[in-house]
Design a protein around this ligand. Structure first.
Ligand code: PA5
Length: 465
């Protein structure tokens, strides 16, 4: 199992001003945590609770359909292109980056065992889009358009450009190069798929975008590039079993949830940094940022009180950001909790050759780069302790599908428990919907005329100094 170490948030390590008397807090919150975990598990099958993500590891039917389709198109495409925003792409990107060899798209077809390259288009920067269109041979590209609502402006605009180009280049056959991943009942993409006959995968009800990585949203791209999805779901199931334990002393998701909640509400640590010491896990930090921000950043609690909750999530990468952000983390405001994300065993052991005599660098020769990497992580942690900065460490034994399933599921459960501690709805996103609606208004969507006029007035009156 992945491991969780919270020693460095204890008051005996970093002092009572910044640290917690964690045993006392575990005791104080044991009933609350017991209730929250029992609640999550008893409500997860009920419609309208938005907890279906807790069942995704057990969805044999989706696994079957995904594997069937992946087998059907094996060797047919050179590229997979995923169109999707936020939750519709970040999880897939995080897992692909973690499990595929680095620089996958630069490897030869043989080095990729004949699996396709994979590209994620999660922006609508015209230059980026144009570049993708110039790079990809659309005849050999499978485009997967992913949108739960089936109407997000950015994704649908991307899709309209792609569909048009594909039709021009492929003629009527273009349909075979398109997959839609969307809601079963609602949305324009669903209607379009039915009409045009695209292969379609469904995102189950009550799974919001940022919790959808283990639905077809993620499982399909994973299977298409040869990632073992059954190992992923085995990891989820084993972690789910462990996290059903309602005793906080044995539940790592509950422990990190409570630690974050108390650090924010009692110790003023309103920033949560995710810092993987693994280049391959860097997008897990992006995925975490979205999950933490969108789930916990809420104006109202469940009783409609104005609460404005949520820690600001920040991503950092070891060792890169030691030379960028650590100065601030050590000596700037003591307002952060740092989550180190470490890997027990890397796939590679790389020795540094003993080629120089200079005493300033000769100590490196004959050691492994792995040892240096770990020493850097240990040193960063030790310096944070010196400066009395709270930090926790999550260790993934190895970057395998099994452990990635465990890791992401554990963080999802942690997020849900933290939401319950704040007494907010962790599964809605009214703040995102508001700006989506403004975009519709500005782009002239029917039904949004009043907001459009109001907005035009606001935007055309810049403050003059
Ligand atoms: O987590 C969320 O709900 C959001 O980030 C959505 O995933 C994102 O806005 C895209 O929405 P949709 O999948 O409906 O296109």
């Amino acid at each position: 199992m992945i491991e969780f170490d919270y020693r460095n948030i204890k008051e005996e390590i970093i002092g009572s001003e910044n640290g917690l008397n964690i045993e006392e807090e575990f005791n104080k919150y044991s009933e609350t945590i017991h209730r929250i975990i029992s609640d999550l598990n008893s409500k997860k099958d009920k419609p309208g609770q938005w907890l279906q993500w807790m069942n995704l590891g057990y969805n044999e039917e989706t696994i079957w359909y995904v594997k069937e389709y992946a087998a059907l198109v094996e060797n047919r495409f050179d590229n997979i292109l995923i169109l999707g925003m936020g939750g519709s792409s970040l999880g897939s990107m995080a897992v692909c980056e973690a499990l595929l060899p680095p620089y996958w798209n630069f490897l030869t077809k043989e080095q990729r065992n004949n699996f396709p390259k994979i590209f994620f288009l999660d922006n609508i920067d015209p230059d980026q889009m144009n570049a993708i269109l110039n790079i990809l041979d659309l005849k050999k590209t499978l485009v997967n358009v992913v949108t739960k609502s089936g109407s997000t402006a950015e994704v649908m605009a991307q899709f309209m450009i792609l569909k048009d180009r594909m039709e021009q280049e492929l003629g009527d056959d273009y349909r075979k190069n398109i997959i839609a991943t969307t809601d079963k009942n609602i949305g324009i993409l669903k209607q379009l798929s039915d009409q045009e006959g695209y292969k379609t995968f469904y995102i189950p009800d009550d799974v919001s975008g940022r919790f959808s990585v283990f639905s077809a949203v993620g499982l399909l791209p994973f299977a298409l590039v040869g990632i073992n999805i059954e190992e992923i779901t085995q990891g989820i199931k084993d972690m789910d079993l462990a996290l059903k334990n309602t005793d906080i002393r044995f539940n790592i998701a509950a422990q990190n949830a409570l630690i974050h909640y108390l650090m924010d509400t009692k110790k003023g640590k309103n920033i949560s940094v995710m810092m993987p010491y693994s280049y391959r896990l860097r997008y897990v930090a992006d995925w975490y940022c979205q999950l933490w921000a969108e789930s916990l950043g809420k104006e109202k609690d469940k009783n409609n009180n104005t609460v404005n909750t949520g820690q600001t999530p920040v991503k950092a990468l070891g060792v890169t950001d030691q030379h960028s952000q650590i100065q601030l983390y050590n000596e700037g405001p003591n307002d952060k909790i740092i989550n180190f994300l470490r890997v027990g065993e890397f796939d590679t052991n790389l020795e540094i050759p003993n080629i120089f005599e200079y005493t300033g660098i000769s100590y490196l020769g004959g050691k492994t780069i792995n040892k240096l990497f770990n020493a850097e992580a240990d040193s960063t942690m030790a310096s944070l302790i010196d400066y009395k900065r709270p930090n926790v460490t999550i260790t993934v034994p190895k970057l395998t599908p099994y452990y990635l399933g465990q890791l992401l599921y554990m963080i999802e459960v942690q997020t849900a428990i933290t939401g319950a501690l704040y007494n907010i709805d962790a599964f809605d996103q009214p703040g995102v919907e508001q700006s989506k609606n403004y975009t519709y208004a500005l782009m002239g969507r029917v039904g949004y005329e009043d907001s459009a006029n109001e907005l035009k007035a606001k935007l055309s009156n810049p403050i003059k100094i």
